[in-house]
Design a protein around this ligand. Structure first.
Ligand SMILES: Cc1cc2nc3c(=O)[nH]c(=O)nc-3n(C[C@H](O)[C@H](O)[C@H](O)COP(=O)(O)OP(=O)(O)OC[C@H]3O[C@@H](n4cnc5c(N)ncnc54)[C@H](O)[C@@H]3O)c2cc1C
Length: 478
């Protein structure tokens, strides 16, 4: 490595959290350099022509409610550097067999019109939380800290519901199948069993976000988010070096702080001998969750949905009723591959003409599978889409498939295809990666973890990087 001068901080990994950490350090007037293993920056926020020329696919993340509402991103001038959010006509559609689709609309009242008998119950559940989203996001998009307790009424009202299982909350709150189904689909983003706590919390947060900020997509692809971050970082004097995998801390030039956008297993490899045995043991016990099997399609036309409302949605959840989705997710945890998987599907090109040639379309779809699975789910994903859109297969021009093992080869942070940097159950939500007063610090002086394996966990929001850098600034760079 040719770089010889001393930096205030080094960041390993140019994912959204690594870049957020670097920006936070650079904004404080400190020198920073980022090393990225791959030849492009962005980690889980990249876009590429995966299928055919002119078809731009999101390789990993696609839909960004947390990106749009991230308290950290909101402080950055990302729009000046090319980021433009697009709001699909409605955030989410959830088709059911032989009846109209359920819709998550920006308006709670409009959503209610698709929920049958549960319109009022849904409104009563959502309205107070949507009105207080700023308080909730401040408390939950970060580590546990004293300010989390500043609004005890709102927070306890939310917390008592969020801590429940999605199935428990849906079945005790809603009477009809339609509201239960859409809540099950949104909650399945937790990648937990729907009988597991706090799967309801994920369902609540993503539903609230649908109303409070929408489920937007970046014009041109998710790559635009990190490209804007990198451009801004460079204006602050930060440097980025790609194609440089850090295999050991000994490879690095001198620095007062090192922030690692990696998960515990990689940290053990990179820093192992410098970490005390007890901390190494805790990192070894860190748990990873199910993997993801993903298919990107280039289509000759839009998906021929049976329920017309699905064509107005950026995201479509395919899996049917709550019992069906709960069963599919439970099977994944039993090490099985569901015959009818729960499929998360995004159809960005319906709302962003830059994604595909005129008249053609891109589709992004994935389902959950056991960690490190090599089973090919393409046929089952396509059958699920075909179930709600007969004729879908006839419109496929090309497809690109990525299994959990290939995801890990693509990005070392996706251990066994786990896209959240570790399970996000009750135990590991705030205590990721280990139980420490400050989860971003390590017992090794000047060494910090800044990836989604720290609070508040997975998704493109940069909050892990921001809080880790704040820790480094106060402990090592003051
Ligand atoms: C299929 C899929 C769909 C997703 N959908 C969404 C979505 O719709 N919305 C959303 O918000 N999130 C989504 N996510 C999750 C999101 O992508 C991640 O939570 C997010 O990218 C985590 O950011 P990070 O910076 O912590 O890690 P990453 O984005 O994983 O970045 C880590 C970076 O570090 C680099 N690196 C690792 N080890 C080293 C090393 N030793 N030396 C140098 N560099 C190294 C990696 O190459 C990578 O660039 C999805 C992820 C996947 C895979």
């Amino acid at each position: 490595m040719p770089i010889q001068h001393t930096y205030d901080a080094i960041v390993i990994g140019a994912g959204p959290n690594g870049l957020a950490a670097a920006i936070t350090v650079a904004r404080a007037g400190r020198s920073v350099i980022v090393f990225e293993a791959k030849d492009t920056i962005g980690g889980g926020s990249r876009s590429k022509e995966l299928t055919l020329p002119g078809f731009v696919h999101d390789v990993c993340s696609a839909i960004h409610p947390l990106g749009m509402s991230s308290p950290f991103f909101r402080t950055l001038p990302l729009e000046q550097y090319g980021l433009e959010w697009i709001q699909p006509t409605v955030p989410l559609a959830h088709p059911l067999d032989d009846e109209p689709a359920v819709i998550l609309d920006r308006s709670i009242a409009e959503t209610g019109t698709t929920l049958g008998p549960d319109a009022d119950r849904y409104g009563k559940l959502m309205e107070p939380f949507v009105a207080n989203w700023d308080i909730l996001s401040d408390a939950f998009l970060g580590p546990l800290r004293p300010q989390s307790l500043r609004h005890p009424y709102v927070l306890s009202r939310f917390g008592l519901r969020a801590i429940r299982s999605a199935r428990g909350l849906a079945e005790s709150t809603f009477k009809g199948e339609r509201a239960r189904a859409i809540f099950a689909g949104v909650s399945a983003h937790s990648m937990l069993r729907l009988e597991q706590s706090p799967s309801a919390g994920f369902g609540l947060v993503l539903s609230i976000l649908g109303h409070a900020v929408g489920w937007p997509i970046p014009r041109g692809g998710s790559q635009k988010i990190v490209d804007a971050m990198a451009s801004y970082l460079r204006t602050l004097g930060g440097e980025i070096v790609t194609s440089t995998e850090i295999k050991s801390l000994d490879m690095l030039p001198p620095a007062r702080a090192i922030l690692c956008d990696v998960t515990p297993r990689q940290l053990l490899n990179i820093a192992g001998s410098r970490l005390p045995a007890g901390y190494q043991h805790q990192l070894q016990r860190y748990r990873y969750g199910p993997g993801v099997f993903k298919v990107d399609f280039a289509l000759d036309g839009p998906i021929p949905w049976k329920a017309p409302a699905c064509s107005r949605a950026g995201t479509v959840h395919i899996g049917g009723t709550l019992p069906e989705i709960a069963n599919a997710e439970a099977e994944v945890w039993q090490g099985k591959h569901p015959e009818r998987p729960f499929v998360v599907l995004a159809q960005q090109s319906l709302f962003d003409a830059t994604r595909a040639p005129a008249g053609k379309h891109t589709v992004w779809a994935y389902c959950h599978v056991p960690n490190a699975s090599s089973f090919d789910m393409t046929e089952r994903i396509e059958a699920q889409i075909e179930r709600f859109a007969p004729g879908f297969r006839d419109s496929i021009l090309a497809r690109h498939v990525i299994s959990p093992i290939e995801l890990e080869q693509y990005n070392a942070n996706y251990i066994g295809g786990d896209i959240n940097g570790g399970i996000q159950d009750l135990w590991q939500f705030y205590t990721r990666p280990t139980i420490r007063v400050n989860p971003y610090s390590t017992p090794c002086k000047g060494l910090y973890l800044c990836s989604s394996s720290t609070p508040p966990g997975g998704a493109v929001h940069g909050m892990c990087g921001y809080f880790a850098a704040r820790t480094a600034l106060s402990k090592s760079l003051s």
